[in-house]
Design a protein around this ligand. Structure first.
Ligand SMILES: Cc1cc2nc3c(=O)[nH]c(=O)nc-3n(C[C@H](O)[C@H](O)[C@H](O)COP(=O)(O)OP(=O)(O)OC[C@H]3O[C@@H](n4cnc5c(N)ncnc54)[C@H](O)[C@@H]3O)c2cc1C
Length: 400
């Protein structure tokens, strides 16, 4: 793979920048800059998705016949880098980057025809029903049951930590259709409309004060067998394939590089005992280490982009990218928190929840640091915990 940028790449970069200058409005950039949750606000993300769809740039990784683009890995990389630099809102990956690749590989022609255009247009907003109380890392122990009844399944059970279930109109769900053999052997992958009778959603408020996750209850929920993806009892294979894209389907280094620039700005402005934090050699060394590790990750992500461009899936090494990227995000969030010193104590949610001072009292760059720090703790848990990724790396990558 050649990652040098040639004049055509630079012309493409100029085209992307011109598009962003025209279409990414200041209010969208500002709202995106203030986002402290894992996913952008739904309204913001969908507004941006519609703009990208109109341009034909929403899903470069999809096959061309479904609206994808034959960009080179370099072009995909440049696109990601310019989006991050311009503070474009992140698109919600659940349909676009997680379910869609599953449908390309395992969906029936009817499922592809029905669901893919609606994922792209934003008509369908998806959530992920994998985890259950007691079945997170040990996902194959899941108990939500689907029992056949004529042409349908009747689903009973509960899913937990379901991100954006409060907004979603569809859920892709792992259900147990057979409990007699190995746990992995009796799981089925179902697509369920959230307005089906018997589904209820209860909010879970996180330590950061955000409502991002939920518990979803299924009480005699009737689902057509046509909504099954892949063969019955073989949903585990489908589920694992989707997880490869959840963990390694996107590039995190453009965002990390923007975060590192922010960290340097803070350190060059904040004082520690009267001297700039940036003049502290120990602090600078920690930032340098993060920069070096970000560069290393960038090359892994470029290899991954190259794989995706050739129609391959990320494979189990996506667990390696996930762990490295999360480790860097969390270390950077911690350094930023240290850098803003006493402004780390209050944060926007705290202030408004307590009804005291609605105005942020410090520098603008400090406002989002604490909620982002708190939120970033979840990154080593969702999508499979860091320890579980290490187990996958040991077994499936290193063959131990
Ligand atoms: C913010 C957030 C959003 C989420 N969104 C979704 C979503 O949209 N849909 C969804 O289905 N799920 C979602 N999840 C759930 C997430 O996938 C699970 O929380 C995760 O898989 C861990 O499962 P658990 O919480 O049951 O913890 P447990 O599995 O109980 O793990 C507890 C601890 O034990 C460790 N551990 C467990 N097993 C092993 C092992 N074999 N070896 C070493 N260590 C081990 C874990 O690393 C962890 O530290 C989300 C979670 C969070 C925090």
């Amino acid at each position: 793979m050649d990652i040098r940028f040639d004049p055509q790449d630079e012309a493409f970069r100029a085209e992307v920048k011109a598009f962003l200058d025209e279409k990414l409005t200041p209010d969208m950039r500002e709202a995106s800059k203030k986002t402290t949750t894992v996913f952008a606000d739904k309204e913001l993300a969908m507004r941006w998705q519609a703009i990208l769809v109109e341009k034909g740039w929403a899903v470069p990784a999809w096959p061309v016949e479904h609206g994808g683009i034959q960009w080179t890995p370099n072009q995909k990389y440049i696109f990601g880098e310019e989006l991050a630099k311009a503070r474009a809102p992140g698109l919600i990956p659940l349909g676009l980057r997680m379910l869609a690749p599953v449908l390309f590989k395992y969906g029936t022609p009817e499922q592809k025809e029905n669901y893919l255009p609606k994922i792209l247009s934003g008509e369908h907003y998806w959530c992920q029903g994998y985890s259950e109380p007691g079945s997170g890392s040990d996902l194959s122990s899941l108990k939500t049951a689907a029992v056949k009844d004529g042409d349908d399944y009747i689903v009973n059970g509960t899913k937990i930590w379901t991100t954006h279930a409060q907004f979603a109109d569809h859920i892709f769900c792992l259900v147990r259709t057979d409990g007699s053999g190995k746990p992995q052997a009796g799981i089925t992958f179902l697509l369920i409309p959230m307005d089906t009778k018997g589904i209820t959603v209860e909010p879970i408020i996180t330590i950061a004060g955000d409502h991002e996750v939920n518990q979803v209850f299924f009480d005699d929920v009737r689902v057509s067998q046509e909504n099954r993806v892949g063969p019955e009892h073989e949903g585990w294979t489908v589920a694992k394939y989707l997880l490869e894209f959840e963990r390694g389907g996107g590039g995190s280094t453009p965002g990390l590089k923007v975060g590192l620039d922010e960290l340097k700005t803070i350190a060059q402005r904040e004082l520690d005992n009267g001297t700039k934090l940036w003049d502290d050699e120990n602090f600078r060394n920690q930032v340098s280490e993060l920069e070096i590790l970000t560069s290393a990750l960038e090359f892994s992500e470029l290899v991954n982009l190259d794989k995706l461009s050739r129609g391959k899936s990320p494979g189990p090494s996506s667990s390696l990218s996930k762990n490295s990227s999360v480790d860097l995000q969390q270390r950077m969030a911690t350094l930023k928190l240290e850098a803003i010193q006493h402004y780390a104590l209050p944060h926007a949610n705290f202030i408004s929840l307590n009804g005291h001072n609605e105005e942020w009292p410090g520098e603008e760059y400090a406002e989002t640091v604490t909620p982002r720090y708190i939120n970033s703790r979840a990154a080593s848990i969702f999508g499979g915990s860091a320890e579980v990724q290490k187990n996958i790396i040991a077994k499936a990558v290193l063959g131990l």
